[in-house]
Ligand binder design. Structure first.
Ligand code: ARG
Length: 274
């Protein structure tokens, strides 16, 4: 009886105070599981910072399973995108926070306002442009094929009828869908596709060129085929209604390009002679 009364009272309290029940508009900064603040700008008042604007929090959605663009190093998320985001945050006088999530959740996180921008080696494509805006591009990329050394698959034409591993929701996934008679195996992480290839569960992996190089360097008996499948460009995804941030990010990107800082970041992760 007492318990009932208590829960009634609690329910009443909830009616009068939405916030107490946690059902009010969720501040975007509170939603993170694998969140991390940038090393570049590590001030204590991060938690109290406003959602946007100078001195506020800039939340980046990513999928940190994509070296050298974003990956885990100990407890940290590092890589080209993480550093570009930190540099942009610095230009804007904001505090960067990185939210790690499934790749195919990033667009929704951005368009729904849970994150301010998506940086994830994300290729500009027309379908995505229906849901988010893209910044100016900051890198060119390509889908490539990884096979085992000695594989009979020598080029794109040989993929017909093969078992192909991709990361779910990526442009590799989209490309593979059009390969005749191919059977597509979708993985949450690119590395899981590579593992399946190593175990002969699949015949090839279709993935972006730079992570492909990393995976081949880290695992014996694999190679990247010479002929790329696509030409793509990476950009930063921003909510359709956030033109203000889009403009600021583009201005920051331009300044990073002009100052040579962008090249510097890329050179730290990708050696030119590769
Ligand atoms: N460039 C590809 C795409 O846009 C793959 C990106 C995967 N990125 C990641 N962080 N897992 O679909």
């Amino acid at each position: 009886m007492k318990k009932k009364l208590l829960s009634l009272l609690l329910a009443a309290a909830c009616v009068f105070s939405m916030a107490a029940c946690g059902s009010g508009s969720d501040s975007a900064g509170d939603s993170g599981n694998a969140a991390q603040t940038s090393e570049a700008d590590d001030t204590e008042d991060a938690e109290e910072a406003e959602a946007s604007g100078e001195g506020g929090m800039l939340i980046m959605a990513t999928n940190a399973e994509f070296p050298p663009y974003e990956y885990h190093e100990g407890d940290e998320i590092v890589g080209i995108d993480a550093e570009i985001a930190a540099a942009i945050a610095e230009e804007l006088g904001m505090e960067l926070k990185i939210e790690d999530m499934a790749f195919d959740s990033i667009i929704t996180a951005v368009s729904g306002g849970k994150a301010d921008m998506g940086l994830a080696g994300m290729t500009v494509n027309p379908d995505r442009e229906k849901n988010v805006n893209f910044s100016d591009t900051y890198a060119t990329a390509a889908q490539v094929i990884i096979v085992k050394e000695g594989s009979e698959t020598a080029g794109p034409d040989d993929l017909t009828g093969k078992k192909i591993g991709v990361q779910l929701g990526t442009t590799g996934d989209i490309y593979a869908e059009d390969i005749e008679d191919a059977e597509i195996e979708r993985y949450n992480k690119g590395m899981e596709a590579v593992q399946a290839l190593l175990q002969d569960k699949i015949d090839a992996v279709v993935i972006d060129g730079e992570p492909a190089k990393v995976y081949v360097a880290e695992n014996e008996g694999l190679k990247v085929l010479d002929e790329p499948l696509t030409e793509e460009e990476y950009a930063i995804a921003i909510a359709k209604d956030n033109d203000e941030l889009l403009e600021k990010v583009n201005t920051a990107l331009t300044s990073l390009k002009d100052s040579g800082k962008l090249d510097e970041i890329v050179a730290k992760y990708i050696s030119a002679d590769e």
